[in-house]
Ligand binder design. Structure first.
Ligand code: ADP
Ligand code: SF4
Length: 686
């Protein structure tokens, strides 16, 4: 297919200082959980994006010196020759496909607690890290400024040797350069503090060093927040930031701008929509003649065109859309819009960095597995036999297995008990703020429509005998899981004994099916993710008097890793939900709940008409065990294998279900004998 003319603007080349990007698709720096520790994984993953048509591809934050070490979070580094070699593997792949390679040079200051190198970091003053570790930076002295300039210079030269085309000064996100910029953090009285002129000095010097060192052949970009967080008195300081920006507006070759607040820049789709950054940065283009790039979780090509035509940006910045679909630019170019795997804004990808593990993605199960397992987001090897496969259950696991098996060429029958496909994503996406979850279903559904070898049977709840009657060679059970109502979970490792099992106990499945409690409702959260807060807020807004009781010390504690925790808790509070933390439920007599403090075991009482239990899920695995027994008894006919995947095997996030579907499909008829889990990545030092 040829490109529609209205998208031509996205494919116009753009000059960035001494280099030229082939199109307007710009993968901004984003964390990967790989960094210097996993160079092969990183090279293969970024190389995939180059193949997918991105014009510019950047690294994650890349440390210029060992005194800027952010472990546990895996960052990139340019400290020595081994780093140059590691990055070269990546930049070569980018150049193979005509992409520019950018590196986000980073000095963290107090943010980097140097847990690995044990160096003392320096910063604008002696301040504690916002990350909560019990260390402080030292205040920069004159020698530190000289050292910093030298380190930027050395890192820029290494970047050049490593084949990069763009070099960044990373000047936001509470790191060193940002701390010098902000009135709220810079209390210096020397030439680096006080006036805008003084506070912008370090950024100006850094840009100058980079320009002088490599600016003849490499573009110099700056990552910057053109708004700023509010001061203590809650006054916006945007005017002040504008004044600051005027000092530096023409100095670099490109501006990469994002809202100062992570909650906006990296907000989950629960709280921030596509294009959510615009109000915070739209003035920038008026104030500089240099190209501007900004993110906004853009997945709609029309919105992208609109952003450029309205003069908001020159290039479309993307982190998450490029993770969910590394081939997004190619698909736009070829007019294959229905093939775009749209990001759902869940931020599972960001957990990689926060947990120190390789990146993963809900929509794109191949993300992070390009090197280890050799997976490709668009291609999959042909079937290894003429086998047929029956997939039972059309949730994310069953859908992904069906899609990938179908693409391999197997004859696939997908049987679903309900009248619609989607399983949990269809159900959950009907809850407030989770509507984008449905994209997990939509993408796969679109893909089935093209495959003549895939048959979908709705309203078709199968028993073990009926499953065998399909005479498939392989049976995959993807029947999901149900929320438990008995209180069993991470805290109560047995059902709660003194629970009045009346109609007053509800589960998220009840809520999603429209069976709602009334009056005083306790949402008991032992799950620690989004489901409890979403339901609590929904019921409160529907008129219930809701108390959110959790065994944890905060709401949505897993959201610390996805960035949504503070917003989720704020949202609950603003909705008027009462919050009770560190309490377990000991008993419920239908009117009173007995709570027990997690620390002191002290008991207290709470009046309630109903409880919504958000604790754990029970796999729907009876069909699996029945079929397994029939196999064992030799009564399964010609069936060669029976397997369970997704939540039916082990309940988890949607990303795990999708991954497990993909894994099944990739491994069917794989007789290589390779255990890919054993493939560990290393960076060899000199
Ligand atoms: P996962 O997240 O593992 O994909 P889900 O709970 O989202 O699991 O989806 C499981 C799907 O399986 C649901 O749509 C459910 O209706 C379906 N299902 C459960 N039991 C059967 C059965 N016996 N026959 C067909 N479909 C079933
Ligand atoms: Fe988008 Fe979620 Fe994938 Fe991240 S993990 S890219 S937020 S779908």
């Amino acid at each position: 297919m040829t490109r529609e003319p209205r998208f031509d603007i996205l494919f116009e080349p753009l000059k960035i200082g001494p280099v030229t990007a082939k199109n307007r698709f710009y993968q901004v720096p984003h964390c990967t959980g790989m960094g210097w520790q996993r160079p092969n994984m990183l090279a293969a993953m970024r190389g995939m994006k180059a193949e997918g048509g991105w014009g510019v591809i950047n690294t994650e934050y890349c440390s210029i010196h060992p005194s800027s070490d952010d472990l546990l979070c895996p960052y990139a580094s340019l400290w020595d020759k081994s780093d140059i070699r590691a990055h070269l593997m990546m930049t070569e792949k980018m150049h193979e496909h005509g992409a520019l390679a950018g590196v986000e040079l980073w000095y963290g200051g107090a943010t980097a607690s140097n847990l690995y190198t044990r160096n003392v970091p320096f910063d604008v003053n002696s301040k504690p890290s916002w990350k909560g570790f019990p260390f402080q930076s030292r205040k920069m002295d004159k020698q530190d400024f000289r050292d910093l300039r030298q380190w930027y210079k050395d890192a820029a030269l290494r970047a050049k040797e490593a084949g990069f085309d763009i070099v960044y000064a990373y000047a936001n996100h509470n790191d060193l350069l940002h701390n010098f910029q902000r009135v709220g953090t810079n209390d210096r009285t020397d030439e680096y503090g006080g006036s805008v002129q003084n506070r912008s000095r370090l950024l100006r010097e850094t840009i100058e060093v980079l320009k002088d060192t490599v600016g003849d052949t490499m573009a110099v970009a700056v990552r910057f927040s053109p708004d700023d967080e509010r001061m203590k008195n809650n006054q916006p300081v945007t005017e002040e930031t504008r004044e600051f920006f005027m000092q530096v507006a023409e100095l670099p070759d490109l501006w990469d701008v994002t809202a100062a607040s992570w909650d906006i820049e990296l907000g989950t789709s629960r709280f921030v929509n596509e294009g959510g950054n615009e109000p915070y940065m739209s003035y920038v283009k008026e104030m500089t003649s240099k190209p501007v790039v900004a993110v906004g979780r853009f997945t709609s090509p029309d919105t992208m065109v609109n952003q450029i035509k309205r003069g908001v940006v020159d290039m479309i910045g993307a982190a998450r859309p490029s993770i969910a679909d590394p081939f997004l630019p190619k698909k736009v170019e070829e007019g294959r819009f229905e093939d775009i795997r749209e990001c759902i804004g869940c931020n599972m990808c960001y957990t990689g960095d926060q947990l120190g593990i390789p990146i993963r993605c809900t929509q794109n199960p191949t993300m992070g597995e390009e090197w280890r397992r050799g997976w490709h987001p668009e291609n999959i090897r042909e079937k290894g036999s003429e086998s047929s496969v029956l997939v039972i259950g059309a949730g994310p696991a069953g859908l992904e297995a069906t899609h990938a098996l179908g693409k391999r060429g197997y004859n696939v029958m997908l049987s679903e008990a309900r009248k619609e496909i989607g399983g949990r994503v269809a159900q959950e996406s009907r809850l407030p703020s989770l509507s984008e979850w449905v994209r997990v279903k939509d993408y796969r559904e679109q893909q089935f429509l093209k495959l003549p070898n895939v048959d979908v049977f709705l309203d078709s709840k199968l028993t073990a005998e009926e499953a065998l009657m399909a005479e498939a060679d392989h049976i995959v059970i993807a029947t999901g899981a149900k929320w438990r109502s008995d209180g069993f979970g991470r805290t109560n490792t047995m059902p709660i004994e003194n629970l009045n099992h009346s109609k007053q106990i509800f589960t998220p499945d009840d809520i999603m099916a429209g069976r709602l409690p009334e009056g005083r409702v306790v949402v008991f959260d032992d799950d620690y993710y989004y489901m409890g807060p979403v339901i609590a807020e929904m019921l409160q807004r529907a008129g219930c008097d809701v108390t959110f009781v959790s065994t944890a010390d905060m709401a949505c504690s897993f959201g610390v890793y996805t960035t949504e925790q503070p917003t989720a808790q704020k949202s609950l509070m603003e909705a008027g939900v009462k919050l009770v933390f560190s309490q377990n439920i000991d008993a419920f007599d239908g009117e009173n709940i007995t709570l027990e403090c997690m620390y002191t075991e002290q008991e207290s009482s709470l009046k309630a008409d109903a409880i919504v239990m958000v604790t754990a899920r029970l796999p729907t695995d009876n069909l699996y065990y029945e079929l397994q027994q029939l196999m064992e008894d030799g009564k399964a006919g010609a069936t060669k294998s029976i397997c369970r995947i997704g939540d039916c095997e082990a309940p988890g996030p949607i990303a795990s279900a999708v991954y497990s579907g993909r894994l099944y499909a990739e491994e069917l008829d794989d007789d290589s004998g390779i255990n890919y889990s054993l493939r560990r990545d290393v960076n060899f030092q000199d």
